[in-house]
Design a protein around this ligand. Structure first.
Ligand code: 5GP
Ligand code: ZN
Length: 112
């Protein structure tokens, strides 16, 4: 399958890994938009939340992984932002579900 994040998961494309467990991988975004910008991906491939039927465990695993990483790095003290871009309006560019963990600066709301 021609999926960039599946290639990062299988190791054929290198990445700066920060977290791994049985079901989830997390690595630094190649084009960070904040001092901490990490992508959390389920090891099982599906494009988006809308295509997660039958793979709900993977969604839970991703959020558990984020929770563990946030606790380890104490990111909850200053705060952080989680983002899932979806589709054209959401400007999703990689069709393998991923959650952006953004931290290390003040964010504004609403997002642009
Ligand atoms: P999306 O726009 O789909 O929500 O997010 C995809 C993210 O993947 C972007 O923030 C982009 O910078 C990141 N990205 C694209 N190619 C690579 C890559 O080869 N390695 C890493 N680590 N991140 C990538
Ligand atoms: Zn994939």
């Amino acid at each position: 399958m021609d999926c960039l994040f599946c290639k990062i998961i299988d190791g054929s494309i290198p990445s700066d890994l920060v977290y791994e467990d049985e079901n989830v991988l997390a690595f630094r975004d190649i084009n960070p938009t904040s001092p901490i910008h990490i992508l959390f991906v389920p090891k099982v491939h599906f494009a988006s939340l809308s295509e997660s039927h039958g793979k709900e465990d993977a969604l839970l695993d991703v959020f558990k992984a984020i929770r563990a990483y946030v606790a380890k790095e104490e990111l909850d003290k200053a705060g952080y932002r989680l983002v899932i871009n979806a589709g054209e309006h959401g400007q999703q560019t990689v069709d393998h579900l991923h959650v952006h963990l953004l931290a290390g600066r003040q964010f504004t709301w609403p997002a642009g």
